[in-house]
Design a protein around this ligand. Structure first.
Ligand SMILES: C[S@@+](CC[C@H](N)C(=O)[O-])C[C@H]1O[C@@H](n2cnc3c(N)ncnc32)[C@H](O)[C@@H]1O
Length: 571
């Protein structure tokens, strides 16, 4: 019986609990049942919830059995009606009996629900319920609900073609993220088996249309035990986190010189850069820098795991702001990637927790209503389900965006955001000083304008940007995949996105062309991503008044008087 209580406990855990839904189950210390069983029960029950709700309400069980809460009833009745072995509890257990004494009624309502949908078998019924659920949630919520597993092929070790022919052999290609949602019976129990991972019906993939070598796979698939993962042939990295390196380098090999990743730990973007370089190997180097010695250790491990040691030099515990742009080591640095600490406000919440549609305690007076009111169903979650609505981000098995930003849960107020914005601006401005630099990207996993478009605007207004001819990389200059990305910079912070920061209505003074050059990702839309922002800065290299400035200011750097000094790392 502990299985059902444990499942209720993980579904109703407070929002502050960290990690993905799956990792929370596997890491929980207070659970008695096997994590695999709990996970499988929840995932499977979530596929049937709208039908189970109908059956439970029409059978009137909740009124008759006060010991059953809606969530407990849904889980138990799922196993009673659908699981091969029935309810996993002794026959004399009070809750099992509370369900089984209504078995005739439940079976009859289940049959009626099947017949109403015109389905001859449980299999076709399952498919019908899946489609009904997608239709009732709408395509956006359906896609958000399936938040895919993103897999990037590491070109240092493999190629997309090789991976499609091995790790993903037998996978069906789908065109839309919503089609990744499988309708398998036992996929949740069938994970982690190396090659050909997952249930046959869950083996679906979508080649990402924006980022080369990136695949979206059905959620819940676990590749950590696959040979490809162990060999560093595939890396698990969220799609949005792939934007900066691709925006910086593209994949046409047109770069020259060396690169810097200035805020690099844990190393997702460094290893992505190394992978892009490996496609057109020209002996370029990446200096991968992080001010935190502890996080730099993770960075070094990730670089080694990606077999990128020959390309990447890690400068552990190095403050990027303390690097001398004129250090001869960096004389050939042409491209810099800056992904500094941010508020993490775009990190998606507990979206990987299945949102179960739960039964109410009274049968609907008009039973036909239950089918016609599908759009309202989602709003009728009871308290148990509502508590599951905002859990921490996905990515059990890779370094998620939440690993990159320790500020994700910090209180956000305008003052805090402004401090972050000041530091972010300083970091980008420092990058603009590197003598040979022609391309820079700046990114955050924040949704706030203060950390995004406002930083771009401040950077463009800076002395160094003007002096050296830096401007925003236009959309038409971006790599082909990102040119097609439709979500662009915004001029005014929308109220609904201000997210408690107290900054709604904020506006930024950027041209339409510059805003069009900025790329945004929003949590909760049909792209299956969290909130993210990236902008590229470019210069053609012919404008550089460096020496004139030093001369004019008598050797004193213009920015020395800047009162916004670096305060170390509060994150
Ligand atoms: C958002 S995380 C970077 C994530 C990383 N780009 C990735 O994709 O895996 C921000 C990192 O910047 C580092 N950082 C913040 N300020 C820095 C500075 N002034 N110099 C170097 N590193 C800095 C933090 O220690 C943190 O590891």
């Amino acid at each position: 019986m502990s299985l059902y209580f444990d499942a209720v406990s993980v579904l109703t855990a407070p929002a502050s609990t960290g990690g993905s839904f799956k990792s929370r189950i596997y890491n929980a210390r207070n659970l008695k049942a096997s994590p695999a069983q709990i996970y499988a029960l929840v995932i499977e029950a979530s596929k049937w919830d709208i039908l189970l709700k109908e059956v439970i309400e029409n059978a009137g069980i909740l009124k008759l059995e006060p010991k059953l809460t809606p969530l407990l009833a849904l889980l138990l009745i799922h196993d009673h009606l659908i699981a091969k072995k029935g309810i996993a509890a002794p026959a004399n257990h009070a809750l099992r009996q509370a369900v089984e004494r209504h078995k005739a009624r439940l079976r009859a309502e289940f049959t009626k629900a099947r017949v109403r949908r015109g389905c001859a078998s449980v299999e076709t019924l399952k498919d019908a319920v899946r489609k009904e659920k997608i239709a009732s949630l709408g395509p956006q919520a359906a896609a958000a609900a399936i938040y895919p597993r993103w897999v990037r092929v590491n070109n240092i070790q493999s190629t997309l073609e090789q991976q499609l022919a091995t790790t993903f052999a037998g996978y069906q290609r789908v065109e839309a993220l919503s089609q990744l949602v499988g309708d398998n019976d036992d996929s949740a129990q069938d994970q982690g088996k190396g090659r050909g991972i997952g249930d046959k019906q869950q083996r679906r993939l979508r080649l990402d249309p924006h980022i080369p070598d990136l695949l979206a796979i059905a959620p819940g698939m676990d590749f950590t035990s696959s040979q490809a993962y162990k060999n560093g042939e595939i890396i698990l990295q969220d799609k949005a986190s792939c934007f900066p390196a691709y925006l910086l380098l593209g994949d046409d090999g047109s770069w020259q010189g060396n690169m810097i990743d200035g805020c690099a730990a844990p190393g997702n973007k460094t290893t992505h850069m190394a992978s892009l370089l490996a496609k057109q190997s020209a002996g370029n180097r990446i200096f991968s820098i992080d001010a935190s010695p502890v996080r730099a250790k993770t960075l070094q491990k990730m670089v080694s795991a990606a077999h990128a040691n020959s390309t990447v030099t890690v400068l552990a515990g190095q403050d990027f702001l303390a690097l001398d742009p004129n250090d001869p080591r960096f004389a050939d640095v042409t491209r810099l990637l800056l992904d500094p600490s941010c508020s993490g406000s775009g990190i998606i919440g507990r979206d990987d927790v299945p949102k179960l549609v739960l039964p109410g305690s009274t049968a609907p007076s008009d039973k036909s209503k239950s089918r016609n009111q599908s759009k309202k169903r989602k709003r009728r979650h009871d308290d148990e389900a509502d508590k599951t609505d905002d859990a921490p981000a996905d990515s059990t098995i890779t370094l998620s965006t939440s690993d990159e930003n320790e500020l994700a849960s910090s209180h956000l107020d305008p003052e805090r955001l402004n401090k972050l914005s000041n530091l972010q601006t300083r970091i980008v401005e420092h990058a603009l000083e590197f003598p040979a630099a022609t391309h820079i990207t700046y990114s955050t996993c924040s949704i706030h304008m203060t950390e995004n478009e406002s930083v771009v605007s401040r950077v463009l207004a800076s002395d160094v940007a003007k002096r050296r001819g830096w401007r925003v990389m236009r959309r038409d200059e971006q790599p082909a995949g990102l040119r097609e990305w439709r979500h662009r910079g915004i001029r005014t912070e929308p109220v609904e996105k201000a997210n408690g920061s107290g900054q709604s209505g904020l506006s930024v003074d950027l041209s339409d062309q510059d805003l069009e050059g900025c790329l945004r990702c929003w949590p909760g839309d049909d792209e299956g991503l969290g909130g993210f922002f990236v902008a590229g800065f470019v210069r053609d290299g012919s404008v550089d008044n460096w020496s004139r400035r030093v001369h004019e200011s008598d050797g004193v750097d213009d920015e020395e008087g800047d009162s916004d000094s670096f305060e170390g790392f509060s994150d």
